[in-house]
Design a protein around this ligand. Structure first.
Ligand SMILES: [Cu+2]
Length: 291
């Protein structure tokens, strides 16, 4: 028996490793398949898409990965062919050829076509993500050091701050460092225009399952949008380094059925002493006329 395995039975070691590898495979596969709107242990892929934007991002990702795999296979195949075919034992006299016009045209045209095939779906998705022309409602998102504020300008001017919950405040099942005291509540199936800004430094409002990641810039109002297809809770985090507590200003979005959302709006409006939503005075900052 060689020294490197002295005292150990290699067959037994392999047998012992099988359950560990099987558990690892289940964990990796399960993480990809689990319906989650927050990071999972051993997660390998993106969170399941919960918005049309994220579904399109997933599709583009798969498309680009296939192109990359094809290019890698071609390059490796050429590399191995050259190593073998032009080894000095098979090709003792090297070629003196300096150029080959047809070959050079081909190896210029093919990359150009690949770049065009990448550019068109990329730009189409960029414009799709950019804004919605058919917004059902508008929410203003404001980044602060180190919390978020939300304003519902179409719903009587409801506004509140959203702070991370400390460990001792967490309800059972709520994720640490992601749950907040006042989540952003939105109705399911509505096109929600997001108007984002910051009042001190750069922040970034990012929710992976919704495919939204938008820098917020002091003094500028930038636009994005989302539509959530399923009721649920979707977590995100500030994604632009903004100071010492950058890691502690998470984002929690709750998608509610329309009736539950309306009830919450009414309850919050009364709690904040705001006029009814159908009162013209309740739209002081309405953005409904935006293009
Ligand atoms: Cu930050």
């Amino acid at each position: 028996m060689p020294r490197w395995c002295s005292g150990r039975n290699p067959t037994r070691s392999v047998r012992q490793a099988i359950p560990v590898l099987a558990a690892l495979a289940v964990a990796l596969g399960g993480a990809g398949a689990a319906l989650a709107a927050q990071p999972q242990p051993w997660q390998m892929w993106a969170q399941p898409a919960a918005s049309p934007t994220m579904a399109k991002i997933d599709n583009l990702h798969i498309y680009l990965t296939l192109i990359m795999v094809g290019i890698c296979l071609l390059v490796f195949a050429l590399l191995f062919y050259v190593i073998r075919r032009f080894h000095h034992s098979r090709n003792p006299v090297a070629s003196k050829r300096t150029h080959n016009t047809p070959l050079e045209i081909v190896w210029t045209l093919i990359p150009v076509l690949i770049l065009v095939a990448v550019a068109f779906p990329s730009f189409r998705l960029l414009y799709f993500m950019d804004r919605t022309t058919e917004a059902d409602m508008t929410v203003k998102v404001i980044g602060h050091q180190w919390y978020w504020s939300y304003e519902y300008s179409d719903h009587g001017g409801i506004a509140f701050d959203s702070f991370m919950k400390f460990d001792e405040e967490l309800e059972p099942g709520e994720p640490r460092l992601l749950a907040v005291d006042e989540p952003l509540r939105v109705p399911v199936g509505a096109n929600i225009r997001l108007l984002l800004t910051a009042d001190d430094v750069l922040h970034s409002w990012a929710v992976p399952a919704l495919g939204v990641k938008q820098d917020t810039v002091p003094g500028r109002l930038v636009e994005s949008w989302m539509r959530i297809d399923e009721p649920g809770v979707y977590y995100g985090q500030c994604s632009e380094l903004c100071g010492v507590n950058h890691a502690f200003m998470p984002i929690e979005v709750r998608a509610l059925p329309q009736a539950a959302f309306d009830a919450w709006i009414e309850e919050t409006r009364q709690a904040q002493g705001l006029p009814p939503a159908d009162d013209p005075a309740s739209h002081p900052t309405s953005t409904a006329a935006l293009p």
